[in-house]
Design a protein around this ligand. Structure first.
Ligand code: ZN
Ligand code: ZN
Length: 280
């Protein structure tokens, strides 16, 4: 029986992948980058026993491999398997290392450092001994990247993960994330008075961000910076002085209302996470 037209339980779906030949079939279709006939696929995978090959291929058809007009190709689920293999989340263990970032600490101008350990990046200023960010990062992202590219890659990754969570989509499971303005959270890693907490309703993956990093996504904040010659897509958030230096203040407890002052802008965030911006 093949996987066609079946709803599979997670253990059934994962067990379909627990075989070297099947993984080779998926990798071969991905490398081919075009639909392959049975014999083309069979030849490229290079398995002698055609009956065995046929059996393994049929196990994948319907979920991880699509059969169309007599040829085989990868559907979305197949690409997700390739993505998981390439990102290395399950297969690689990157060495723990400390990287010097291009960004300087806004408080003391020491070069910031990113420590990578157990698939987690922690960005901190070694002189101030203060942590700026902490986030998961797939080990496969190190492959084929020069060390000099890594600081920007860390930033881009963090910005996009954060923005997906803020937009209500979990990067881990694509479930719905909820966000709330909180003064207490079990996810507070650093001392913070108030912040934004994201939790995935489905897989419980979570994140926490400062008010500053949350409003960084707002079009008015992006536009304000742009008008002042700062492209927030290129600018390291760790070097934004207002973001690091300015503490957000709670101006009302019930309902919770928070204000963040800049030199030219005041931003308030209410308990439903609506953002209001006033130019000074
Ligand atoms: Zn510092
Ligand atoms: Zn999730």
């Amino acid at each position: 029986m093949d996987a066609d037209e079946r709803d599979l339980s997670p253990d059934e779906a994962f067990s379909l992948l627990g075989n070297d030949t099947r993984i080779r079939i998926i990798q071969t279709l991905w490398e081919a980058d075009e639909p392959l006939s049975f014999s083309e696929l069979h030849n490229r995978v290079g398995m002698r026993d055609s009956g065995q090959f046929n059996y393994h291929l049929n196990q994948l058809v319907g979920l991880f491999v699509r059969q169309k007009n007599g040829k085989y190709e990868l559907p979305f689920a197949g690409f997700r398997v390739i993505g998981a293999i390439l990102s290395g989340t399950y297969t690689q263990r990157a060495e723990s290392t400390t990287y010097e970032l291009d960004s300087l600490c806004v408080k003391c101008e020491t070069r910031l450092e990113a420590e990578y350990d157990e698939e987690v990046v922690s960005v901190c200023c070694p002189a101030c001994d203060e942590q700026r960010s902490e986030f998961g990062f797939p080990p496969g992202a190190f492959e084929d990247r020069e060390v000099t590219e890594l600081p920007r890659t860390f930033e881009r990754w963090l910005r996009n993960v954060f923005s997906m969570m803020a937009d209500g989509v979990c990067l881990n499971c694509s479930g719905r994330t909820t966000k709330s303005l909180v003064t207490e959270s079990k996810y507070f890693e650093q001392e913070a008075e108030v912040g934004v907490e994201f939790v995935c309703e489905r897989c419980n993956d979570h994140g926490f961000g400062s008010i500053g990093s949350y409003i960084l996504q707002h079009p008015a904040v992006v536009a304000f910076h742009y008008e002042h010659g700062v492209n927030l897509r290129q600018q390291s958030a760790w070097e934004l002085e207002w973001l690091i230096e300015n503490e957000s203040r709670i101006i009302s407890d019930d309902p919770l209302l928070v204000e963040l002052d800049g030199d030219e802008l005041t931003v308030t965030v209410d308990d439903t996470l609506n953002i209001e911006i006033n130019e000074l």
